[in-house]
Design a protein around this ligand. Sequence first.
Ligand SMILES: Nc1ncnc2c1ncn2[C@@H]1O[C@H](COP(=O)(O)OP(=O)(O)OP(=O)(O)O)[C@@H](O)[C@H]1O
Ligand SMILES: [Mg+2]
Length: 335
Amino acid sequence: MRVGAELLKAEGLVRRYAMRRGMFGRSVELRAVDGVSLTIERGRTLGLVGESGCGKSTTGRLVLGMETPDAGSVAFDGRPVPPPGTAAWRALRARMQMVFQDPLGALDRRLPIGVQVAEPLDIHGIGARSERAARVESLLLAVGLRADQGARYPHELSGGQRQRAVLARALATDPALLVCDEPISALDVSIQAQVMNLLVDLQERFGMGMLFVSHDLRAVRQVSHRVAVMYLGRIVEEGEPDAVLQDPAHPYARALVAAIPHPGRSGRRTVLQGDPPNPADRPSGCAFHPRCPVASARCTQDAPTLKRRPDGRMIACHVAQGDAAPGRGVLAEAA
Ligand SMILES: Nc1ncnc2c1ncn2[C@@H]1O[C@H](COP(=O)(O)OP(=O)(O)OP(=O)(O)O)[C@@H](O)[C@H]1O
Ligand SMILES: [Mg+2]
C-alpha cells in the first residue's frame, strides 16, 4: 500500500432532492451536489470546506455509497462502489468508515463502549472471538483511552472521550478510508485540538485515507494534504492547504479566508455580501456571481468549469482564470 496512491475517485457526482416550497407548495428540485469530482489518496487527507448547506455531508454520503448519485460514479480501489444495501457493499463498508459530528448520537447509550468497539469485528467476522478483547483494548489505547474505560457507558465519558471511542470503533475494521463529517464541531474548543492531533497520529499509524468535512478552514489546514472549497454543490477551488489559505484564488475562497478570526487582529472582518445561497434556486452562470465583488457580465451567464493552473491549483472562476476582466461585482453594478 503506497501512501499517495489513488484510493477513491469520484467523478461528476450529482445528487438531487425533491423539496416542497412552503408547507403546501409544489415540490421543486434541489441540487445538493452538482458535479463534484474528487480524489482521495491512500494515507492522505482531503479537506472539504464550505458554508452550511453547500453539499459537504451529501458528498460524504455519496463517496461512501450510503446514497446513490443521480449521475456520476465512485470507484474505490479502482472498482465501482456497489449499490447500497447489497452484500458486496456491506463487505466494502468494513474498509470505509464514517465519523459524525455528534459522538453521543453515534453511540448506543445502552452498551459499554468496549462492546461497541467490538461490534464491527462481530459484524464483519474479523479475528477469532478470543482475540477480540485484546484487539478492543489496543484500539482504546490507540485513541488515548484506558482499557478499563471500555467498561463505561457513553454518558460516563466526556465529549472528547466519546469521540475517541467513536474513532476506536471506526478503526476496528482497519479501514482504508475514513470520512469525518465535522468530527470536532460538537466538542469543546480545548478538546478540539486534541482530537485533531489524534486524527493526524492515527493516520500515520493506520495509514487510512481521509475525507475531512468541516466549515472551519483552520481545522482543515491542520489535518489535510489537499483542500477543496465547495460552493452551492460544486468545488470552486482545490489545492494545497497552506497555498489556498495564504493565497486563495477564487473570490469565494478569498472571502472564507478573510472571515477567519485572528486573535489580536482588530477591525472589521470582510463579510460576504448578498443572500446566503439556496440550492433550490441556483443563480445563472457562476452560482457565486450575486455575491461576488469582482463578477463580470460573463459570470452572470456562463458557469466556469474547474481548471488546473500550472502550479496545480484548481479554480472555477472566469476572472481568476483570466477569461474575463474583473467587474465591480453585480451588486455594485446594480446599485
Ligand atoms: N435527505 C435530504 N432531503 C432533502 N434535502 C436534503 C437532504 N439532505 C440534504 N439536503 C439539502 O441539500 C443541501 C446540502 O446539504 P448538506 O447536508 O450536504 O450540506 P452541508 O454542506 O453538509 O451543510 P452543514 O455544514 O450545515 O452540515 C441542503 O440544502 C440540504 O437542505
Ligand atoms: Mg453537513
